[in-house]
Design a protein around this ligand. Structure first.
Ligand SMILES: *Cc1c(COP(=O)(O)O)cnc(C)c1O
Length: 428
């Protein structure tokens, strides 16, 4: 059975750290996300350890899992944050990550967001277009401050991952073409409210081969050295995130953290830049499960369908990226396995959580764990079909707490209103 050291069977019951998932289901009902604090902490430590001889800092990419508790846990480890919206800055600050450790990335930032970021004393803003540079310069000038800016270059390297999470080719909306970096830097240096501190890139997500990183880092290193030789005083290189995780847990990991770190060392180890890393998925994916209950089983044609209480709105990855998640029963049995389609109750054929998953016979009410749901799980959830947002539970040893409590149906209606004139119109 594909499990990890922090999510594994003890006896016949699947545990997350020291707590049986069945106990979590009893306490918080299903569906619910469960995260292992030790798992996230260990991943963070593995990252810092792999990079310990390099002048590198970690800025956790908030969008992978923006839970305040997860952010606090990482803040306590010393992590900074990589954010892509005002809301994420707000979260990072609320979790205790100071502005001075936050990097603001993102393909489009509104004037409000830029102004707010400057007010927090943000460490660095990664600018993605010539127009954004001009807007930021104006806003910073109006505040009598200077903005520390890196230019996000598009290295035109195919990350060889799913097309919806590729960001570093010229056909993507992200960054400016690397050939325009010099023009950009020249303009930025002429603006008194802008301090140009570095270059940034992020070529995509769920990258499981060394070659895209190797190619992109080579290009970034060469570009940085060229720009430095032309007199631009670059201090930081932001290498983005993108290190993939092993969603098929029985398979050996295709790109190990150590090999990723070695690729960084190879290109930047001898260069004078501070390195900024923005891992998201690699820090949290393995430490989360989505716990769900079987509602019904039915057979149609040759297929065995398990209808469960979690759905595509709770875990979008399979529908959005054709992503695979392993699914295991919470109670292990010796009964023979047969392939099942695990589907949710949402009225869409794409509401399929996994295809062809070998599972034992299951009855209504039985629990299943959808593995490696710690990244881009809860963060991508929606309320489609008026399904309430899934609660999230953090476990540490034998302690557990709801870090996102299950909302109620009145809360769902709260931001909405029915204008009085709707009924007046009817009365006429
Ligand atoms: C999403 C994102 C990341 C994190 O990507 P992962 O694949 O989760 O590591 C890092 N940097 C930027 C700019 C991003 O948009």
């Amino acid at each position: 059975m594909p499990t990890t050291w922090h999510i594994r069977y003890q006896g016949d019951l699947l545990h997350i750290e020291d707590i049986a998932l069945s106990a979590i289901a009893d306490a918080f009902e299903t569906p619910c996300y469960c995260y292992s604090a030790a798992g996230i902490r260990t991943q963070y430590e593995a990252f810092t350890h792999a990079l310990k001889d390099l002048p590198a800092t970690i800025h956790y990419s908030v969008k992978a899992n923006p839970s305040l508790a997860v952010l606090r846990l990482l803040a306590n480890q010393g992590s900074g944050a990589d954010v892509v919206s005002r809301g994420e800055i707000h979260r990072a600050l609320a979790a205790g990550i100071p502005g001075g450790k936050i990097i603001f990335s993102g393909a489009g930032k509104s004037p409000d967001e830029l102004a707010y970021a400057l007010d927090t004393g943000i460490a660095q803003i990664n600018v993605e277009s010539h127009e954004e540079l001009e807007q930021l310069a104006e806003i910073a000038a109006s505040k009598n401050t200077t903005a520390r800016v890196a230019v996000r270059v598009n290295p035109d390297i195919d990350a060889q991952t799913h097309k919806k999470i590729t960001t570093g080719t010229t056909d993507n909306k992200f960054g400016i073409p690397w050939q325009e970096a010099e023009t950009f830097l020249r303009r930025a240096s002429s603006l008194p409210s802008i301090e140009t501190v570095g270059l940034a890139m992020h070529i995509g997500s769920q990258i499981v081969k060394p070659s895209p990183f190797d190619d992109a880092f080579a290009r970034l290193a060469a570009l940085a050295e060229e720009m430095r030789s032309k007199g631009f005083p670059l201090q930081t290189l932001d290498l983005g995130g993108g290190l993939g995780t092993n969603y098929e847990n029985d398979a050996p990991l295709k790109l190990k953290l150590e090999d990723y770190a070695n690729t960084i060392r190879k290109h930047f180890g001898a260069l004078p830049y501070r390195l900024l890393l923005e891992p998201g998925r690699a820090l949290v994916a393995d430490s989360g499960v989505l716990l769900t209950r079987v509602l019904q089983e039915k057979h149609s044609g040759t297929k065995r369908f398990l209808i469960v209480d979690a759905a595509m709105n709770d875990l979008m990855r399979p529908a959005l990226y054709d992503a695979h998640h392993d699914i295991v029963p919470v109670v292990r049995t010796d009964a023979p396995l047969s392939p099942a389609e695990v589907v949710g109750p949402v009225c869409e054929t794409s509401d399929t959580l996994a295809r062809n998953i070998p599972l034992p016979p299951l009855a209504s009410g039985d629990l299943l764990a959808i593995l490696q749901a710690g990244a881009y799980g809860a963060s991508l959830a929606s309320m489609y079909n008026s399904r309430l947002r899934v609660p999230e539970v953090l476990v540490s040893g034998s302690k557990m707490a709801a870090v996102y409590r299950r909302p109620d149906y009145d809360e769902m209606l709260k931001p909405e209103c029915i204008p009085e004139w709707l009924d007046e119109d009817i009365a006429k």
